[in-house]
Design a protein around this ligand. Structure first.
Ligand code: NAD
Length: 553
């Protein structure tokens, strides 16, 4: 039985043993589509997260997808182009059930303005990373990544601990909403600024944010008290970051860590310029795009200038993957890239070993299935400190949204081993239903994004998008259930290409084969990508785990 969804009553959370499709694989993908809407930011408009990341192009397309998933046989493949179903072809039972290409625009045309025009004509939609691929699991999807960043900074600069440290950030949206909880889990006092009171309220309601301060003075006093008492605390403040950051700097306050996760990548549907209300922005989206973009960029200039100011005064400042430095540079902040990107600054050694944001969702809707897999993780990886620490913390702090899910940064071989064991637990009936395995697109072999994932690669291969394309073709020939290639939309147009994958553990021998091939090959490619760029950690992983990388002499 689906569960009621108090946040979005029209979008119940899927679950239960009854199938509407002709098999669990098809049913699984249908539930994942339902799930991204049940946890999405604006499901009435099919928007899941990141301002404009959509689950389907429009409601007619959505209905077509649901019909196809419900009626299709296991030896068919549904083709989806930018969120619209375009064909149901005959393949075979080992082929993917769904393949998609979302928002891929030819190079010279891949610009925000062209994207908005194509979108207006109804010809394209942006899938974000995990929205269009039905893999989004709510704010938990990036929480471990954010937590690991904070902990790397803690290790490097603050003796391994963020107790008594002040983190300043902004953005409490679909992904940014993970920041207050990640900061609190890392032991810090974290202030999160968001222009939209609804977003702050929602994060508080679902347990990701503790307090909402009525004004900046109160917010800073709350943070100050928590810092002095070395007490973990998350505080939200409704305001424009382009005003609040410079004001905090003007008062001479220097946070220990500063970042931002507003939707700065999209100057039309995302970032709210200083001095404008949300309703003014909405009105300008159709006819005043130029005005909005100019005003947004001018605000980002002030926002990033304050971040650079904090950096000069000693704060650890980083870009959290929203293109804010790029926008600032285009607005004239020539040194915006003095701020490092989080991937290169903190996480690249993990990606070299294909350790990245792996996740799974309990299709039964039962939280006990995730709890059992949490136990399994601790049993299988007792010496993996990242995992054991994370599972204990996540169990205590991370509330479920939509289908119960867990994210855990596992690497090559580990993902496959876990998933195959889980498949056995599905077969034995120890779990109440099948489990869908997936990952963020921001994964070792899966994304080319020269201002986020592949910035300053050792061999200069930042802009080469062959890797996600190879990943997708390889996953189709490795029996994955859903394979997708995404490129950037809105402000990300022309900036990125990524690949996504989902494989369903339904307890069958065929699922075991699919999980083994798809997950092993996916992470192998991740290690190869970094080995090929010359990273020692990746070459070490090749040798240690016998990754079939061809190293030319
Ligand atoms: P979202 O659209 O759901 O939320 C963005 C939030 O920013 C909204 O709550 C909005 O009110 C707020 N905002 C906009 N302008 C503001 C301003 N001037 N001052 C204060 N608040 C403002 O987006 P999201 O899903 O949370 O993603 C945020 C950004 O992070 C996007 O650019 C996205 O692409 C990026 N992202 C990065 C990663 C990563 O791995 N680091 C992962 C996912 C998303």
């Amino acid at each position: 039985m689906p569960k009621a969804n108090p946040r979005h009553p029209k979008f119940p959370i899927p679950g239960g043993p009854e199938l509407r499709a002709k098999g669990w694989r098809q049913e699984a993908l249908l539930r994942l589509l339902e799930n991204v809407l049940s946890v999405g930011e604006d499901p009435d408009n099919l928007v899941v997260y990141a301002a404009l990341g959509k689950a389907a192009r429009n409601w007619a397309a959505h209905r077509g997808i649901v019909k196809a998933l419900t009626e299709m046989e296991e030896d068919q493949t549904l083709l989806i182009q930018s969120g619209k179903p375009i064909g149901l072809i005959r393949t075979h039972a080992k082929a993917p059930l769904v393949i998609m290409a979302n928002c891929n625009i030819v190079g010279q045309w891949a610009k925000a303005e062209v994207f908005y025009e194509l979108q207006r004509k109804g010809l394209i939609c942006w899938g974000g990373l995990t929205a269009g691929a039905w893999q989004y699991i709510g704010s938990q999807g990036v929480i471990q990544g954010t937590y690991e960043i904070f902990m790397r900074i803690a290790e490097r600069r603050f003796g391994g601990d963020l107790a008594g440290r002040f983190i300043l950030t902004a953005g409490l949206g679909g992904m940014g909403g993970s920041q207050p909880l990640a900061g609190r889990m890392a032991g810090a006092a974290i202030l999160c600024v968001d222009i939209d009171p609804e977003r702050a309220r929602k994060r508080k309601e679902i347990g990701y944010l503790q307090e909402i301060a009525p004004d900046l003075d109160t917010a800073l006093a709350m943070i100050d008290a928590a810092v002095k008492e070395k007490r973990a605390l998350s505080v939200g403040l409704v305001g424009n970051a382009a005003e609040v950051y410079p004001e905090i700097a003007r008062r001479g306050i220097v946070p220990d860590i500063v970042t931002d996760q507003t939707s700065a990548h999209d100057l039309v549907y995302g970032y709210v310029p200083k001095g404008m209300s949300l309703s003014q922005v909405k009105e300008l989206r159709d006819d005043g795009q130029g005005q909005l973009m100019a005003a947004g960029r001018a605000s980002i200039v002030q926002h990033v200038t304050a971040m650079l100011d904090f950096q000069k005064k000693g704060s650890e400042v980083f870009d959290n993957g929203n293109l804010i430095r790029t926008q600032a540079k285009e607005g004239g902040v020539t040194n915006a890239f003095d701020i490092p990107i989080f991937t290169e600054a903190y996480l690249r050694p993990l990606f070299c070993r294909a350790i990245g944001p792996f996740r799974w969702m309990a299709l039964s809707g039962e939280e006990s299935d995730i709890a059992r897999i949490d136990d399994l993780l601790l049993e299988m990886f007792p010496n993996n400190k990242i995992i054991t620490n994370w599972v204990r913390l996540a169990r205590e702090h991370v509330p479920f949204e939509g289908l119960p899910a867990r994210i855990a940064w596992l690497g090559h071989g580990e993902r496959t081993a876990l998933a195959r064991r889980v498949n056995e637990l599905v077969a034995s009936g120890e779990l109440k239903g099948p489990i869908a395995f997936s990952r963020d697109h921001l994964d070792a072999g899966a994304m080319a994004h020269p201002n986020i994932m592949t910035e300053r690669m050792k061999d200069g291969s930042d802009a080469i998008a062959d890797w996600p394309l190879i990943d997708a073709m390889m996953l189709c020939s490795s029996m994955a259930d859903l394979v997708v290639v995404h490129s950037g939309g809105g402000g990300y147009a022309g900036y990125m290409t990524s690949c996504g994958v989902t494989v369903v553990a339904d307890g069958t021998g065929e699922a075991d084969e699919r999980l083994d091939h798809a997950l092993t090959n996916d992470t192998a490619l991740g290690v190869m990508r970094y080995a090929d760029a010359g990273y020692e950690d990746a070459l070490d992983e090749v040798a240690k785990k016998d990754v079939p990388y061809i190293r030319l002499g």
